[in-house]
Design a protein around this ligand. Structure first.
Ligand SMILES: NC(=O)c1ccc[n+]([C@@H]2O[C@H](COP(=O)([O-])OP(=O)(O)OC[C@H]3O[C@@H](n4cnc5c(N)ncnc54)[C@H](OP(=O)(O)O)[C@@H]3O)[C@@H](O)[C@H]2O)c1
Length: 275
């Protein structure tokens, strides 16, 4: 099997893709803006996805690519996909599941379309919410033991980043995944208030939920994230998950032959982040 290039190699998912591929003895190269942050023992090449000309050394002699797209717009993805197609044969793209939709939406849908028309063999991973999103509560939990956040009854089947990586590695290293789009989630649906409680159990200290009015959340999130459109879309997604929970899928089990990791397992793996 030829060399695999992993983008986002210092992030939640890519870090595990790199280590799981390296552990399996496969040839892996990590793309990073700051290569010193790539897991030790792995070939790292400096490059920036928003500056396509920096990708040439990273793509040299590569057969497959694990691609994630940073940011919230399609930007120069067309140039990047075309650079990948000029060198590699396959891409596994970390897209996103849009509840109720057959296809990915927004920039995810744009990039899926670019890849479909690129000539590359492709597999799309469409995860629901990441368990790692709850790291956004870590400071509140550390300092007060309370999560003050909107829509405590919003329910999602959050996925462990290790499972996203394991599915990516499976798709990169075994046959039969060309042209497949996998909707992947954690094994069970939990409300946000339940997620906070489970984090408390993992760290051995009660964590309480305090419902934050959406208006107050809007102001806080705008100050923190600075992108009004993104804040609105996050708030409206959480609101929708109150009445239409994100449903768990069986895809991780079907692909990997073992159940998806639970949110409790994720919280135990990340207990140090919340203490
Ligand atoms: N959170 C969710 O619920 C959710 C759900 C569905 C899909 N997604 C998608 O999943 C992806 C995020 O995955 P993640 O959580 O593993 O990532 P992450 O932890 O946020 O890390 C982002 C990674 O992308 C790299 N990166 C950022 N800008 C870059 C650039 N210009 N050029 C090259 N590399 C760059 C970062 O590397 P540096 O070390 O250089 O910063 C880092 O390795 C996003 O595409 C997101 O849209 C997220």
């Amino acid at each position: 099997m030829g060399k695999i290039l992993v983008t986002g190699a210092t992030g939640n998912v890519g870090r595990h893709v790199v280590t799981q591929l390296a552990r399996a003895g496969l040839e892996v190269r990590a793309l990073a803006r700051r290569p010193e942050r790539v897991p030790a023992g792995v070939e790292a090449v400096q490059g920036d996805l928003t500056v396509p000309e920096t990708l040439e050394p990273a793509l040299k002699d590569v057969e497959s690519v694990f691609l994630l797209w940073p940011g919230l717009s399609t930007g120069n993805a067309a140039e990047v996909v075309s650079a990948i197609a000029g060198q590699a044969r396959r891409v596994v793209y970390l897209s996103a599941h849009v509840p109720g939709g057959e296809n990915a939406a927004g920039h995810y849908g744009d990039i899926e379309r670019l890849i479909r028309h690129s000539g590359l063999g492709w597999t799309f991973l469409r995860p629901g919410g990441f368990a790692a999103n709850t790291l956004g509560w870590a400071e509140q939990i550390r300092t007060s033991g309370v999560v003050r956040w909107p829509y405590g009854e919003a329910s999602r089947a959050l996925i462990h980043e290790k499972d996203i990586a394991a599915v990516a590695v499976h798709a990169l290293t075994s046959a039969g995944h060309n042209g497949a789009a996998y909707t992947i989630t954690g094994p069970e649906e939990l409300t946000q208030a339940e997620q906070a409680r489970v984090i408390g159990e993992a760290i051995g200290r009660e964590v309480r939920w305090e419902e934050q009015p959406a208006e107050e959340a809007r102001e806080r999130l705008l100050a923190a994230w600075g992108d009004a459109e993104f804040v609105e879309s996050a708030l409206s997604a959480w609101k929708s998950f109150v009445t239409s929970p994100e449903r768990a899928t069986d895809t991780v089990r079907l692909l990997l032959g073992r159940p998806a990791l639970s949110f409790r397992q994720w919280a135990e793996d990340h207990a140090a982040d919340f203490r």
